[in-house]
Write a protein that binds this ligand. Structure first.
Ligand SMILES: *[C@@H]1O[C@H](CO)[C@@H](O)[C@H](O)[C@H]1NC(C)=O
Ligand SMILES: *[C@@H]1O[C@H](CO)[C@@H](O)[C@H](O)[C@H]1NC(C)=O
Ligand SMILES: *[C@@H]1O[C@H](CO)[C@@H](O)[C@H](O)[C@H]1NC(C)=O
Ligand SMILES: *[C@@H]1O[C@H](CO)[C@@H](O)[C@H](O)[C@H]1NC(C)=O
Ligand SMILES: *[C@@H]1O[C@H](CO)[C@@H](O)[C@H](O)[C@H]1NC(C)=O
Length: 369
């Protein structure tokens, strides 16, 4: 089986909202006015009313004509403007390397920045591609931990549009990578959003939210994924991190290309997480389907159709449960999720046994056991 334990990514771009009418500079004001004007003239010509998108043709027109303008549920307009871009050779400067024991009991030892660079677990290649990977050369005794990396931004965010462009994400037996954000300083007081996460040979990304008691997933909202169910068959719609072994509330994406072998095979893609007072939503686009507005830097989530996963403010007071998040990438092994679920897969032996041979974590070709 292919075990590509690489994470290679092109960029993480962060956009913050600018509400039309409250621009904080003349430039922005002019920009917003031009977008507004485009939107109004488009509305008049096409008389599609309040800006909701009903058919694919309209959607395309909307994208072409009024790139950048988004609408709140109450009809008010806003745009997303760039705040931070993490990419290229200085990528790691913006991140701290986590050096403590894995809180989810993974068979992993996280190394500091010096070691990560020395051993080439983290580097930026000549093309500006950011690479993170675990130790893929050491033979280990049974029960030993494998070295890996976990990094998080120094900067904290409360809301935003987080756009991640990546070519590959690790997958394969025993492997558990994640791209997520988590509130500081005390978990789970300020929430956790798991944007990209999977284990073993999963093909569907799982999006999850973990909070203090009182935040629920509104399963009647429009999203394309399936609400995750627990062993007892009940929906995981309670985001309380203190129950159900911290399963949180979670939605599994429908697309087989949202994690694992197919995601990798077609060149990865873009994952976008929008967090504002209305909802925390996630969209994933495989490489060939990345919307133009993302590619040209005017992301317009309101034109992307229903998200894969959505936590709506209708059953969760987002401003109360979420704040001050750092952005995290980690690659771990076994542990709370990957260890406990190992037995239900086609993976050979046990999770700790799997950890011993470094050849288990090297790319060998697609779909081979
Ligand atoms: C917006 O348009 C949709 C579709 O035409 C319609 O169902 C909805 O009632 C409209 N909302 C408002 C506030 O006009
Ligand atoms: C890795 O990320 C997940 C987020 O999905 C988190 O729950 C877990 O604690 C992290 N594990 C490690 C080993 O850092
Ligand atoms: C990084 O980790 C290595 C190995 O544990 C240790 O020897 C070194 O002092 C650490 N460096 C820093 C800057 O903490
Ligand atoms: C989602 O649920 C539908 C209906 O139960 C099911 O057919 C489908 O396989 C599920 N998809 C995923 C990705 O679990
Ligand atoms: C974020 O942290 C700052 C500084 O500690 C604090 O003042 C602020 O209230 C926090 N915001 C949220 C949403 O928790």
């Amino acid at each position: 089986m292919l075990i590509p334990t690489h994470l290679s990514l092109l960029a993480v771009a962060l956009f913050s909202t600018v509400v039309c009418g409250e621009p904080d500079s003349e430039d922005k004001r002019a920009f917003l006015q031009s977008l507004e004007a485009k939107f109004e003239s488009y509305q008049q010509r096409n008389s599609f009313g309040n800006g909701s998108i009903q058919d694919p043709f309209r959607k395309q027109h909307l994208r072409r004509d009024v790139k950048g303008v988004n609408r709140n549920p109450d009809g008010s307009a806003f745009v997303w403007l760039p705040e931070d871009v993490y990419q290229g050779k200085n990528f790691f400067d913006a991140f701290d390397f986590f050096r403590w024991d894995d809180p989810t009991a993974g068979a992993v030892t996280y190394v500091n920045r010096t070691v990560a660079f020395e051993k080439k677990y983290a580097y930026v290649d000549d093309n500006g591609k950011v690479i993170m990977k675990p130790d893929i050369t050491s033979h280990l005794p049974l029960g030993a931990h494998r070295e890996s990396v976990r990094i998080n931004t120094w900067k904290l965010y409360t809301g935003g549009l987080f756009i991640l462009d990546l070519n590959r994400a690790p997958w394969g037996c025993a492997v558990w990578p994640a791209f997520w954000t988590v509130g500081m300083p005390k978990w789970p007081d300020f929430g956790e959003i798991d944007v990209l996460e999977g284990v073993h040979d999963n093909e569907h990304n799982q999006v999850a939210w973990h909070t203090n008691p009182g935040c629920w997933l509104d399963t009647t909202q429009q999203f394309t994924g399936n609400v995750t169910t627990g062993p007892d068959g009940h929906h995981h719609d309670n985001c309380d991190a203190n129950i159900n072994n911290n399963a949180g509330c979670a939605i599994t994406e429908w697309s087989r290309a949202s994690y694992g072998p197919y995601f990798e095979a077609q060149g990865g893609g873009v994952i976008a997480m929008k967090w504002d007072e209305n909802d925390i939503s996630v969209w994933s686009f495989f490489r060939a389907a990345i919307p133009d507005d993302i590619l040209d830097g005017t992301p317009t989530p309101s034109s992307w159709g229903p998200p894969s996963a959505k936590l709506s403010s209708s059953k969760c007071d987002i401003n109360k449960y979420y704040g001050n998040h750092t952005i995290v990438f980690n690659i771990t092994f076994c542990g709370a999720w990957a260890g406990n679920s190992y037995i239900g897969t086609d993976c050979p032996g046990t999770c700790p046994e799997r950890m011993m041979d470094p050849a288990n974590f090297v790319v060998r070709g697609f779909f081979r056991y």
